[in-house]
Design a protein around this ligand. Structure first.
Ligand code: GLT
Ligand code: MN
Ligand code: MN
Length: 387
């Protein structure tokens, strides 16, 4: 099998991922910073398709207009040399002390206005580089103490900001969709729009819900103790899976952002199988970083590992779908002998009356064994390579 990444796989990384210098709350950087141009070349070398960025991953927050233009020119030259594209961009609304109490939900109207200005400039930058998806990760949009902000008011402020930015984007004629990225906590004690479910409900209250979808991240839903696949599937089914952040995470820990598939390959398998089975055609963005123990060779190992694991799991998904024993079990589980009155296809009083009049053998329904142990064991054996 050839597990070489190709552009059709749409594997992307953020400048902040391969460029992560390994700082943590207890320790200093362990790797020298590399420039955006160097990150692009690193990603070209490992075979990625695209590179994403926050405004300030590319352009320092205090750069002048002419510095900005030179940086963008150099970056675009690196893109041309390597063939990489920029499918997604986002705003850094979390690093600067101005955002210590949030950006769109800050209690200070001047901070909220600055966040809007910064985001409009960053949207311009992203679109200039080719981005068609714009991510909103509200890392600082939350609290440590609920004495400090009214949570309902915060949601209103968030809504007002997104409504404004949707109209701005339309006004500019940009071909850009927004993707909200939920996270339950870290760096704030608690973050608003904590999960995929919160975000899905919120989107429907916006002025332009059609422009706004989800960017779910494996680690974030796992931190919330949730089944990531179920959130992804619900977003997909609602037509809202605009982007995805792949990585890995052990439940109950700090935000680990590990290499994709590292902690729980079985969960990763079902995720890849879902994305491939439904024909998700967006980017597969690896929002993760190398262990703090690595040098830049290790960073390449990390990036190659993310993509290779995805492709191995994609092949495993193909095998799972083609396995006749597994297929027979799936058929058996979903079999329909036609004996139950049909109520599918919408309500009619006839259907309701027929269904109410039917006699079910409740004990037989409860007594039926389901071959799920066998099905799961076959899955495990396939994943462990003995099948
Ligand atoms: C930050 C965060 C990620 C987000 C990035 C986009 S920034 O690294 O941990 O999950 O996707 O803002
Ligand atoms: Mn994360
Ligand atoms: Mn992310």
């Amino acid at each position: 099998m050839d597990y070489t990444p190709k552009s059709e796989h749409k594997f992307t990384f953020g400048l902040w991922t391969v460029g992560n210098v390994g700082r943590d709350p207890f320790g200093e950087p362990v790797r020298q910073p590399i420039s955006p141009v160097e990150s692009v070349h690193l990603l070209g070398e490992v075979g990625a398709y695209g590179v994403n960025f926050h405004d300030n991953d590319l352009v320092p927050i205090d750069a002048s207009g002419s510095e900005r233009d030179q940086i963008v020119r150099d970056f675009k030259a690196a893109l041309r040399e390597t063939g990489l594209v920029v499918p997604m961009a986002t705003t850094n609304l979390f690093a600067d002390p101005a955002f210590k109490d949030g950006a769109f939900t800050s209690n200070d109207p001047k901070v909220r206005a600055y966040a809007m200005q910064k985001t409009m400039n960053s949207i311009d930058l992203g679109v200039e580089c080719g981005a068609e998806v714009y991510v909103f990760w509200g890392g600082r949009e939350g609290t440590e103490s609920d004495a400090t902000k009214n949570p309902a008011e915060s949601i209103k402020r968030f809504r007002e900001a997104l409504n404004f930015l949707c109209r701005y984007t339309q006004d500019q004629g940009y071909n850009l969709r927004f993707a909200l990225e939920p996270k339950p906590n870290e760096p704030r004690g608690d973050i608003y729009l904590a999960t995929v479910g919160h975000a899905l409900a919120f989107i429907e209250t916006l002025d332009h819900p059609e422009m706004v979808g989800l960017n779910p991240e494996v680690a974030h839903e796992t931190m919330a103790g949730l089944n990531f696949l179920h959130g992804v599937a619900q977003a997909w089914e609602a037509g809202k899976l605009f982007h995805i952040d792949l990585n890995d995470q052990a439940p109950g820990r700090y935000d680990q952002d590990f290499r994709f598939g590292m902690v729980n390959p079985k969960n990763a398998f079902f995720l890849v199988k879902f994305l491939e089975d439904v024909g998700y055609d967006g980017n597969r963005h690896f929002d993760a970083h190398a262990f703090r123990t690595e040098d830049y060779e290790g960073v390449k190992d990390f990036a190659r590992g993310c993509m290779r694991t995805y492709l191995i799991l994609k092949e495993k998904a193909r095998q799972w779908n083609a396995d006749s024993e597994i297929h027979a079990l799936v058929q058996e589980i979903n079999a329909d002998d036609g004996s139950a009155p049909s109520w599918a296809g919408g309500y009619s009083s006839d259907k309701a009356n027929t269904l109410k009049a039917h006699t079910f053998d409740r004990q037989a329904l409860g007594a039926r064994g389901l071959p799920y142990e066998r099905l799961d064991q076959l899955t495990v054996e396939l994943l462990l390579g003995v099948r």
